[in-house]
Design a binder for this molecule. Sequence first.
Ligand SMILES: C[S@@+](CC[C@H](N)C(=O)[O-])C[C@H]1O[C@@H](n2cnc3c(N)ncnc32)[C@H](O)[C@@H]1O
Length: 222
Amino acid sequence: MKRIIEHTDDGSATLYVPEMNEHYHSVKGARTESQHIFIDMGLKHVQTAQPHVLEIGFGTGLNAYLTLLAANETGKKVHYTGLELYPLEWDMIAELNYSDDPLFKQIHTAAWEEEVEISPNFTLQKKKTDFTTIHKENHPHRYDVVYFDAFAPEKQPEMWEQQLFNHIYSITNSGGVLTTYCAKGSIRRMLQAAGFVVERLPGPPGGKREILRGSNVPLQSI
Ligand SMILES: C[S@@+](CC[C@H](N)C(=O)[O-])C[C@H]1O[C@@H](n2cnc3c(N)ncnc32)[C@H](O)[C@@H]1O
């Protein structure tokens, strides 16, 4: 699949996939979007000191790197699992110019499938797997934060299926959250049907009006 580097409104780069007419991030600001939706509304929202994060669509590793920075900043010890069916070559990622930080490169050169300590606060496991078969996999633990960052439902509807959201809910800890840039009513209702209590939150500065956060709320607090 061909991918073209493009610059977004906040100056950070993203990838465009002509075949799908789809971008990896918001053209209104790739880094701004990732920081807001996944780090600020997701990771920083949960109380857990040692959160397990699950990312659907590891892609350029931007969300993973911003998570590492947030882990260092907050003192949280993050265990990060990134699922990706089509890993990108380092040469293409390097051209995005996200960071000169050697830890960013380590995120990308780390072996797939293995748990690798990138820094004392950030352990990474990249898994080359098809998310649409996640319900057939065993999970060694539950997750506290899910970054749902698949391509849009219009472009890849098979990633946004009810049974997949049901499964994600079943592997989310009580008190855990899922965040996504997609605020469509149909997706909100699927998250609710799966068991999440869903909030519509303001989108990133200059970007989408609303985003979604689903919470696995302990029953006694509803
Ligand atoms: C919107 S992009 C993710 C952007 C990424 N989070 C980042 O920060 O660069 C969607 C990602 O989902 C991946 N993907 C597509 N189909 C998949 C599948 N069936 N299973 C797992 N990942 C898939 C794509 O290759 C792409 O990297």
